[in-house]
Design a protein around this ligand. Sequence first.
Ligand code: DP6
Length: 324
Amino acid sequence: MATCVATPNIAFVKYWGKRDERLHLPVAGSVSMTLDETLASRTTVDFGGFPEDSFVLDGRKGEFPDVIGEIRERAGIARLKARIVSRNNFPPAAGLASSASGFAALVVAATDAAGLRLSGRDLSVLARKGSGSACRSVVGGFAEWRAGKRRDGSDSYAEQIAPARHWRGLVDLAIVLDGARKKMPSRAGMRQTVATSDLYGARVAGMAAKISECRRAIIERDAPALFALVMRESNNMHAVMLDTWPPISYMNDESRKAVCVIHELVNNGREPVCGYTFDAGPNPHIITTRRRTGGIIKALKEGGVKVRRALVCGAGDGPRIVRG
Ligand code: DP6
């Protein structure tokens, strides 16, 4: 039996589109920051002689995760049933993603409980099989997920660019706007984008340059460059979503209001205090430095943005096994 706490990550350069649906192999690479435990998933996996497999997520019976089968095979315990209990400390219905932290916690707890001692790379590959972006949450600090070329996905995993302590002041100010669940799951949305968007090819062609610029901005702690990059990258992803047929739009009027407020604040790049990024949902993630969060929340509220909740998440160290 083992328990693991893992956290979500926020992508600066985003994953949107697969070359293999089953293995979650991406068309292009991505870059992210693994967050601290402001938001966290805590998962216990027990192989201790149960009559059947069970999985309980936040007190409710859930679908038993496939990736456990592979872990059992590798550990030579194929016939042992597992009891899995997972909890998220996320504000309920806040629309903050939990699949990345959930699968990262699951594979780290399950491999530990099964007695497997895997490399970071192997853990990242396993987490990816649960949910693509989870492969980045296995890595602490700043991570790059290399798309890889192999058909079996063995070269598609995340690696650390820099540890969390490299840039302690950098935060994701996660603004919760509305509790509505996202309309289209990202899995179905990205499939539709790859199949129908004319602009998608242009997005993919620009990804390598964007990833190396993002790496540079992280390594050199170049905040103005990083803030500009995350905004343009988020806008690019949401542009191909809109170019999908039928169109997909995760951002709503409230999200767009937040975008306007931030652009006023950064004053055409003259005051590079922050940048916004949006995933497959309406909530803005404002990338900024810790000391600026108060002023940004104030500006959003004064600009008429309905801020329900604001969470300040720094960089985190990645999954940890909890003993006892
Ligand atoms: C918009 O990792 O949730 O957050 O691989 O199908 O489980 P699956 O998708 P998922 O997609 C995340 C998409 C994103 C961008 C990102 O985090 O890079």
